[in-house]
Design a protein around this ligand. Structure first.
Ligand code: NAD
Length: 324
């Protein structure tokens, strides 16, 4: 597995180990953390290889004897800030994915699952968005994830690899993410620092689909087990969406705050490349037999409480300095 020290990858590694699989994780810890996999390290069926997927010589041997690749490593940031290198996503998503596919091909690995994203769709005129609409990504992240899908499709066709492309909704969960990476941790940390005022990027009407990390892992494994085409593409999430404004209310409520001034920066999206609103059409995964157990609102509410606990953020009146 790649990206196994990340938020979702470490949850996936844990479940694979618990069902008796042997798991090798390749991760360069760029956004992942050793603490995510600390509990797994003593397991004799677990091996951690700290390596950068851009440099094949660092990890190529790790694919010896492997029968399935779960590829979750990526630059996980959708946000592009002016001044950022414009080839970061190209390198970390597309080139990394090519390197991995090529190594998998040379090692005779025939099964490959990929963590794709709803960001590939961009601003779709069709809502909810089914898997077969024409994708028009509006971020470098979405564009390169779509490029990865295309590369995986070609490898599947040319080299007989069975592949699963899983287009995730927004995934939320207990692993504390760095500030600036997710709306939940941003709101929690910003309110912990200033309980009287919350800045909200955009007009607050942005509305997206949210899924808990443990359900995402369940769905990945379910699709891999039950979808048998040579090349399988599934949206992975629930059938609803939740507004940023409502998330602010949930966080404010969970922190026990009152009379918080909300300051909207304005505009449709939160940042350039942000898809303001989407709902995924999940009919295909539902028909396969898997359905999200929580609505977006329930998933976010659960994740807010889990993140508060993990980051040591308490309800109003007892606000300790929070970890970043
Ligand atoms: P994460 O940042 O926690 O995990 C990504 C992992 O990949 C990290 O552990 C990082 O250290 C590792 N990594 C990155 N570049 C690497 C490289 N060159 N070599 C080796 N390791 C490298 O992010 P996550 O939220 O767990 O996301 C996992 C996957 O799911 C990503 O592919 C992401 O694009 C995709 N995804 C996530 C979401 C979400 O909402 N979290 C939504 C859609 C898709």
């Amino acid at each position: 597995m790649t990206g196994g020290a990340g938020c979702i990858g470490s949850d996936l590694a844990e479940v694979l180990l618990s069902r008796g699989d042997r798991v090798r994780v390749i991760d360069n810890l760029s956004s992942g953390k050793v603490e995510h996999i600390e509990a797994l390290l003593p397991n004799p069926n677990f091996r951690f290889i700290e390596a950068d997927l851009l440099h094949r010589e660092q990890w190529d041997d790790a694919l010896d004897g492997v029968d399935m690749v779960y590829h979750l490593a990526a630059n996980p940031d959708v946000k592009f800030t002016l001044g950022d290198a414009t080839d970061k996503d190209l390198q970390q998503n597309l080139i990394v994915t090519y390197n991995l596919l090529e190594s998998a091909r040379e090692h005779g690995i025939r099964r490959f699952a990929f963590a794709s994203t709803s960001a590939i769709y961009g601003i779709s005129p069709v809502q909810p968005i089914p898997e077969n609409v024409s994708p028009r990504p509006i971020s470098l992240y979405g564009a390169t994830k779509l490029g990865c899908e295309a590369m995986i499709s070609a490898f599947s066709q040319l080299f007989g690899m069975q592949c699963w492309v899983l287009r995730f909704a927004n995934i939320v969960g207990p692993k504390v993410r760095k500030r600036g990476r997710t709306v939940i941790s941003d709101f929690l940390h910003n309110l912990a620092a200033n309980p009287g005022r919350l800045q909200i990027l955009g007009n607050g009407h942005q509305a997206k689909s949210y899924l808990l990390s443990n359900e995402c892992v369940e769905a990945i494994l379910y699709v891999v087990e039950h979808a048998h085409d040579p090349f399988n593409v599934f949206n992975l999430g629930g059938d609803d969406s939740l507004s940023v404004r409502r998330i602010a209310d949930i966080v404010i409520g969970a922190m026990g705050l009152e009379d918080v001034e909300l300051a909207f920066t304005g505009g449709e999206g939160g940042w350039p490349g942000d898809v303001p609103r989407f709902t995924l059409d999940v009919a295909a995964i539902n028909a396969l037999g898997w359905r999200a157990r929580h609505t977006s609102e329930e998933a976010v509410t659960t994740a807010v409480h889990q993140t508060m606990h993990a980051a040591g953020i308490s309800r109003a009146g007892e606000l300790p300095a929070c970890r970043q």
